[in-house]
Design a protein around this ligand. Sequence first.
Ligand code: AMP
Ligand code: ZN
Length: 111
Amino acid sequence: MDCIFCKIISGEIPTTKVYEDDKVIAFNDIEPQAPVHILIIPKEHIKSAAEIDGSNSSLIAHVFEVAAKIAKDMSLDGFRIVNNCGDSAGQTVKHIHFHLMSGRDFGWPAG
Ligand code: AMP
Ligand code: ZN
């Protein structure tokens, strides 16, 4: 499958890993939009948040558990988790991923 995140999971594309277990991997975004910008992804290839259902929602819950663990381990003082779903929302990689961002103030509403 021609998916850059699957290639990161397999080790074919190198990355700066910050966390890994049997279900998820987290690594630094190559174009950080904040001092801390980590991508957390399930190892299972799920295309987007529109594909979350009863068969995989526990995996997505685990992603959020990992986000909280990373935030705690890095002593992050506040963070934002972003998921872009679909082209109009700005999803460029079609393997579900959650942006964990911290280290600056974030505006709201988001643009
Ligand atoms: P999105 O626009 O929500 O689909 O986010 C995709 C993210 O993947 C962007 O923030 C990119 O900077 C990031 N990205 C793309 N290729 C890589 C890579 N090889 N290593 C790390 N991050 C990447
Ligand atoms: Zn993939």
